[in-house]
Design a protein around this ligand. Structure first.
Ligand code: ADP
Ligand code: MG
Length: 699
């Protein structure tokens, strides 16, 4: 059989624009496009016609089932499959799928987290078709991207608020563009998420209960070789990994996912995949799919794909870079410096909107990436600190400085920058992207938010970012729409914004200790180190007011979300704690005891043979190991106590604080002693594969 070419393969499992245009009548197609592009109401006859064509296409491509595919607050995607078949009078079956089934589903919502929304409302929820994200076929099932709500209309998923935030930004950005004399159909945010992950051999993965239950190792002494040689980063890709990547690309391309670059990352066994950017909503769906397919393809190749933020302590963790920009329907990137002075003024205004948004809503951005897993990474010498700041690069910073102070900008010519009069110099990418330590960096024509954890849904940070930028733009539009001297007031507005928000701008080393001091003590930026610290700020009045006023969330939804996110944090750590106790009691302590027994036996045997043997090695090892088992027992009991105490708190905020202050430190202490014991025990007696075996298992 002839191998399909990439263009033939690409999108072959997606009911995309090409299929729609080819299969739908011109009238239906036009109407659907209007719904997709301009959010117009979906007519019933259009839904019927689309359902019929979608079904025929799906059946032709081997699908037998359909599902409403959605993203509940568990963080993974959910699907409930129904088959197309319906009995026909002649005893056979026909394949049926109606417009109603396309646009609305009614999964039982009762097993998904609702943060109290369910208690007061109906147990059932409903899913609603999101026509802006194409349907696709996965495992013989037609997957229809949908939003997920409770019966009272409260969002129970990540897509609904994301779509609302995109609408909020669209509304405000178009107001601004109008002031610059531009009427556009829509402004949409685009995202290209760079995804990091680890690949280890499936056989070693299966021997580690901590990886199986929690996605990360809870114990493990450092191997003799880690990442110190930097020999892995961008190094040659191993044959097994390269076979995996080829297979993965094919699977992603079939689903119309623009997988583009792949390379080794800093840590051994760590890799990265970057797609070409797309509309935020689509990028969110495809990133979820990418993570799912990575794991599936890895298994096919006898490997496990780890998406946890910190699978190995002491080794670089995995993040996800969220490259974000805003563009019009005509393809104009609003974060690209323009050609003319007038366009530059518009660029600077949008730039200011982002700077102000990040400053005003640092806490929202921080909490949007807060999970138990990501807490291990932020600020740990490999990822930006929990402090949010903006990197602009020297050139752009100098320009803002000169605007702020009415002083000359020393670019190619020395001029006092006057908006609407002077052009901006061209920034080479180089000058903007050198600093990799900033959590939020301007990289030429987009911002790169780098604090996301590798397993995070990108929906969370983008809904906050979109909403916060919509708020800055709204304030600007309110002011400028009333302006008599537009250019003059625009200049003043930009100048004022720079003055008010320059504290968030930082081009220095974000990993340094000095920065933490300066940021918190001099600049007054927030440093929310853990999920327990960050999440309650979702309910701060200024944050609630903003999110509610832009209709991204309702008050009820915010309360429920805060509770669910904190619950996720507590549950995750709780499972980790119990896994540790389990591993220690069932495996580590018995293993050390076994080794002690063999040491003791051989010591007494040797001594009985000759009175000259000293047995220094045996005795000193035995003494320390025996001491360690006592500590391990003591720390295990302490951890068990702390885990038991968690059940006593009624309030989730209090519980999350106990997780932070009590459980996590006890887990660290326990680990320390077990890891020391690992270094003293014969590998033959040790019950689990070592870090060395895990990290260097794929070759
Ligand atoms: P790197 O950061 O690895 O040097 P790039 O900056 O070229 O690579 O691209 C990183 C990601 O940013 C890719 O997913 C790319 O598609 C995405 N990207 C590029 N331009 C934009 C844009 N205007 N808006 C959003 N994402 C973008
Ligand atoms: Mg990048």
């Amino acid at each position: 059989m002839k191998k399909e070419t990439v263009p033939e393969l690409f999108g072959s499992m997606v009911f995309d624009d090409r299929e729609m245009r080819a299969r739908l009548s011109a009238k239906v197609y036009r109407s659907l496009r209007k719904t997709i592009d301009e959010n117009a109401r979906l007519e019933e006859y259009v839904a019927e016609a689309v359902a019929t064509e979608m079904r025929d296409w799906a059946v032709e491509h081997g699908a037998t089932h359909f599902t409403h595919w959605f993203q509940p607050l568990t963080g993974v995607t959910a699907e409930k499959h129904d088959s197309f078949i319906s009995p026909s009078p002649d005893g056979g079956v026909i394949m049926e799928f109606s417009g109603k089934e396309l646009i609305k589903g009614e999964p039982d919502a009762s097993s998904f987290p609702s943060g109290g929304l369910r208690a007061t409302f109906e147990a059932r929820g409903y899913t609603a078709w999101d026509p802006t994200s194409y349907a696709f076929i996965k495992d013989h099932t037609l997957c229809i991207p949908t939003a997920f709500c409770s019966y009272s209309g409260d969002a129970l998923d990540k897509k609904t608020p994301l779509l609302r935030s995109m609408q909020a930004l669209d509304r405000q950005a178009r107001r601004i563009l109008k002031l610059f004399g531009k009427e556009v159909k829509y402004v949409r945010t685009s995202v290209g998420p760079e995804q990091e992950y680890f690949l280890i051999d499936q056989s070693v993965f299966e021997q580690r209960p901590d990886l199986i239950y929690t996605g990360r190792t809870l114990f493990g002494a450092m191997p003799p070789k880690g990442q110190e040689l930097d020999d892995h980063y961008f190094g040659a890709i191993k044959p097994r990994v390269s076979a995996f990547m080829e297979d993965l690309n094919n699977e992603l391309w079939k689903l119309g996912i623009l997988a583009k670059t792949e390379h080794n990352e800093v840590a051994p066994a760590q890799h990265e995949l970057a797609p070409i950017y797309s509309s935020t909503n689509v990028a969110t769906d495809t990133n979820q799919l990418t993570m799912e397919i990575m794991q599936k393809v890895a298994r096919k190749h006898g490997m496990a794909c780890l998406l946890h933020e910190k699978p190995f302590a002491g080794v670089n963790g995995s993040g996800k870079h969220n490259n974000w920009s805003m563009a019009t329907d005509t393809g104009v990137n609003l974060l690209a410096p323009g050609e003319t002075p007038y366009e530059n003024a518009q660029f600077l205004l949008f730039l200011c909107a982002v700077i102000q948004a990040v400053d005003d809503y640092q806490d929202l951005l921080r909490l949007s990436v807060a999970t138990a897993g990501n807490d291990h990474r932020l600020g740990a010498n490999e990822a930006p600190p929990a402090i949010i700041s903006v990197f602009l690069g020297d050139e752009l910073t100098a320009i803002l400085e000169s605007i702020k102070n009415d002083t000359a900008y020393e670019g190619t010519e020395k001029v006092v920058m006057k908006l609407g009069v002077h052009s901006l110099p061209r920034f080479s990418r180089d000058t903007t992207d050198r600093n990799r330590t900033s959590p939020f960096a301007f990289t030429g024509n987009k911002f790169e938010f780098r604090s996301l954890g590798s397993s995070n849904s990108i929906a969370c940070c983008n809904m906050m970012l979109n909403a916060a930028v919509a708020e800055s733009l709204k304030q600007y539009a309110d002011k400028l729409e009333k302006a008599e001297d537009f250019e003059g007031e625009l200049h003043e507005l930009i100048k004022e914004t720079i003055k008010q928000h320059e504290r968030i701008l930082f081009n220095g080393n974000g990993y340094g200790e000095e920065w933490v001091k300066e940021a918190t003590e001099v600049r007054g930026l927030s440093n929310l180190k853990t999920t327990a610290d960050a999440m309650p700020h979702l309910l701060d009045k200024k944050n609630m007011d903003m999110l509610i006023s832009h209709k991204v969330f309702t008050e009820t939804e915010l309360h429920s979300r805060c509770e669910i996110m904190l619950e996720n944090y507590c549950k995750t750590v709780n499972i980790e704690g119990h896994t540790m106790v389990d591993m220690v009691r069932k495996n580590y302590l018995p293993a050390i005891e076994g080794y002690l027994y063999s040491l003791a036996k051989s010591t007494s045997l040797m001594k009985s043979v000759s009175k000259y043997v000293k047995c220094n090695y045996e005795i000193s090892t035995m003494e320390r190991l025996s001491e360690l088992t006592d500590y391990i027992l003591e720390k295990t009991e302490a951890l068990e106590g702390a885990l038991k105490d968690l059940k006593e708190y009624e309030d989730i905020i209090r519980t999350s604080e106990a997780v932070r202050d009590d459980v996590l430190p006890k887990m660290d202490e326990l680990r320390k002693y077990v890891d020391e014991a690992e270094m003293l025990t014969s590998e033959k007696c040790w019950p689990f594969p070592s870090y060395g075996k895990l990290l260097f298992s794929v070759y």
